[in-house]
Design a protein around this ligand. Sequence first.
Ligand SMILES: Cc1ncc(COP(=O)(O)O)c(C=O)c1O
Length: 409
Amino acid sequence: MRFSRRTEWNTETTELTRALEARRRAALPVLDLTASNPSRCGFQMPGELLQAMTGAEAQEYDPDPRGRRSAREAIAGYYAARGVRVDADRLVLTTGTSEAYSYLFRLLCDPGDEVLAPAPCYPLFDYLADAECVRLVQTPLVFDERWQLDLAMLEAAISERTRALLLVHPNNPTGHYTSQAEAEAIFDICRRHEIALIVDEVFLDYPLIDVANDVVDDLADQDAISFLARPTDALVFVVSGISKILALPQMKLAWIAVAGEEENEVTTDRNVALERLEVLADTFLSVSTPVQVALPLWLRQDKAIQKEIAARIRQNLATMDDLLARQATRWVSRLRVEAGWYAILRVPSLETDEEMALRLLERGVLVHPGRFFGLPGWLVVSLLTTQHEFAAGVRLLLEVVAARAAETI
Ligand SMILES: Cc1ncc(COP(=O)(O)O)c(C=O)c1O
């Protein structure tokens, strides 16, 4: 049997995954510093939120390709509460951001076309691009006090076939915002090369005022705003969803917002994009009615849910900083983090990040090797892990790294 080339993936499990499975089979404990699924980190959905899906309205099937008006208006209200104007008619609902990317790649790219994405970044982009026969071209983020795109390299990576640039704002796992100055330079590049900009803002509601690392000093308010509030003539799509905003990944709801004000001219790129996205969405009608019916009520809980998540993340970050400060020798340090759910750890380069992750797992701590995100040589940890597990995991991590460093010296 011949299968498509686009699905010719290397599905072999990594050594780390195999070691984890073996450890779990042997019922050995694992302090999981990769846990980022809210439903497994102690954030259970209150029962009354589920009830919002059980009314008579949820039983009807009267699909609107862009998504129920009441759901889209609730999303517009969510943005309005943050001072961002979004027209409900410029939103298209999807079952997750993955589907949003898939619609956008189909809208913008023919097979073999290219999309640019920063590295390090969200590891799913490779698969999403492959699935749509699109080539993902990586362009480096560089760390110099803070993370930023190398704009000259970005521009040099644009070819005849480039159709879009992907940004994650704030980025995963680097936790940095795309500053206003960078955004303006990017808009200019996108306009000149006639490429679209796709911005993933799922972590935008989770700023981390990181006093310990002086982040606030040079981070202006305007650097942390949505791309929907950054005027431009470039064609910009913003992607977001409730898996992070409401910590409800199991409910499968996200959206695409086409940036810009309403335009009367039907043939503008933005209007054509919306019309075509509507046909794509109409072909699948994939978002379930009960979830759309419940969304307005759920979104009214956003502040309460985000407060709980923010408290967890900040507490874990403070615990980590405290433990890092107490090291007899500072073998491990962390990079500054501006927002999001992850932290990046610098460890001595005595072995690869994968070898270090394996060594840690042997002692019972699970971390992401940086290579998983395109960041070889570093370790990435989730800040969502429950507090007790997080503290114990970081403590053990520091112990294992110090012991490894002592072996060499
Ligand atoms: C940058 C980014 N976008 C999107 C998602 C997931 O969104 P969804 O569950 O809506 O597909 C993740 C999950 O970790 C992510 O890191």
